[in-house]
Design a protein. Structure first.
Lengths: 226, 226
DNA sequence: AGAGAGTTGTCATAGAATTGTCAAATGGCC
DNA sequence: GGCCATTTGACAATTCTATGACAACTCTCT
């Protein structure tokens, strides 16, 4: 499910947006000040941030610029009170991805939100990124994040996870894994696979004794589900 | 000078745009049909294409999609007659970079054109000066500062750091480094790279035994993060 | 439901591979 | 020669990988 942060200091607008987006099945957080927003992005990775330009404590422009300078890569959609053209553009200049002028129609807002999220998806797909359950894996760059924290996976763990992701939902046998990841001429014992599955679980599962993603299929092998 | 192509079948609008953009010192070509546009991009590389959605022979959407599928990488700005919200978004979906709804103000159009071209520029521009973690590196002048003190880096150390910066966040293999920095015909041992990384670490890391920037990725190579 | 066989989970540990580090060798250049 | 950047190799330190022993779990059959 996509994660959205709404930054807006007018309570009615904020609640309206929350309701609207929740109905559309997004996971929504809200806050009312620029400072709160900057704090929020420290601990959570949002797919999209809806940012009002007029905030009580600081301008949305500054919030946007600050986030970008801190390498926050979430998509940013600016909300502007209808104003001069220049304002709009400034928003895009400093790293925002799109804007909507108030008052806006719900349909337009939703359409833009979806468009941004879809673009996001496309970009990360083409780069070989995968995310699920609050984690993000980049196989090209070989790095992995749970929220903001780095997950350290070894080369083989990356390979294993990659293999599972390519065979999402399928049951994968130990033989398959040995052949495709370890290579045909290697002779690791059966236990090896299990051990790697174990260590992967310890890293990507919240409770590795009750795996939600790396499921064992008795007498057959393992199966990965998001 | 930046090169712009205007694709618009209404003559008055086309001429208006041409005049406006020429005044702003852009080099402007125009055409009136989708087909003409697709031909034009075969022979000329434009920095930006301004594309009307309503054309007499084919829809601007299709023109846009076709160009993207042929890997035309020019920025594309769509012009839409004020219509349903959905239309706007569709434009971005198929590879356009921005859009303006008619009737538009000249100031807004110019601002958006400049914004797009500047974004373009940023992407292709290489790094001259970089600073992070209280240090500043000037690769053109080949000098480096930590605060007020000079950091003395050798030529190869500069090259190495530069390479890492250009590949920020990615894992870089030793082979890559040997090829790209030492050159294909050189035969330095693997240890060479490690030694250079070591000496770079001693200069740019606060504690070179616990590197924060030049991270080793076991079995793969190194990775630079700010 | 319970026993037994087979399968999987888990841990500790040894061995292999990779990387960090130092100090000395090389070679150009003023 | 003296200086410096560069390269090399030896060795230590670290990390990854594989393995086996045993516990825990599933399944089947009675």
């Amino acid at each position: 499910m996509k994660n959205i942060l709404i930054v807006e200091d007018e309570i009615p607008v904020r609640n309206g947006l929350r309701e609207l987006l929740t109905q559309e099945n997004f996971s929504v957080d809200t806050c009312g000040t620029g400072k709160a927003c900057l704090d929020a992005v420290k601990t959570t990775v949002y797919d999209l941030i809806i940012l009002d330009i007029m905030l009580s404590d600081m301008s949305g422009f500054d919030v946007c610029r600050t986030m970008r300078s801190r390498n926050v890569s979430s998509k940013i959609l600016m909300l502007t009170a209808r104003s001069e053209e220049i304002d709009k553009v400034l928003g895009l200049e400093l790293g925002a991805d799109d804007y909507v002028t108030k008052p806006f129609g719900n349909k337009e807002l939703i359409a833009r939100v979806r468009a941004l999220l879809r673009r996001q998806e496309k970009i990360s797909q083409s780069l070989g990124e995968v995310s699920f359950d609050g984690m993000k894996f980049d196989f090209a760059k070989q790095n992995a994040l749970r929220g903001k924290e780095e997950l350290r996976l070894s080369a083989k763990e990356f390979k294993l996870l990659h293999y599972f992701l390519q065979h999402e939902g399928e049951v994968v046998t130990r033989e398959q894994l040995l052949n495709d990841i370890w290579g045909y001429d290697s002779t690791p014992t059966t236990r090896t696979v299990d051990n790697y599955v174990l260590s992967l679980r310890k890293k990507i599962e919240k409770n590795h004794r009750k795996p939600k993603h790396l499921i064992t299929v008795h007498t057959s092998g393992y199966k990965f589900v998001r």
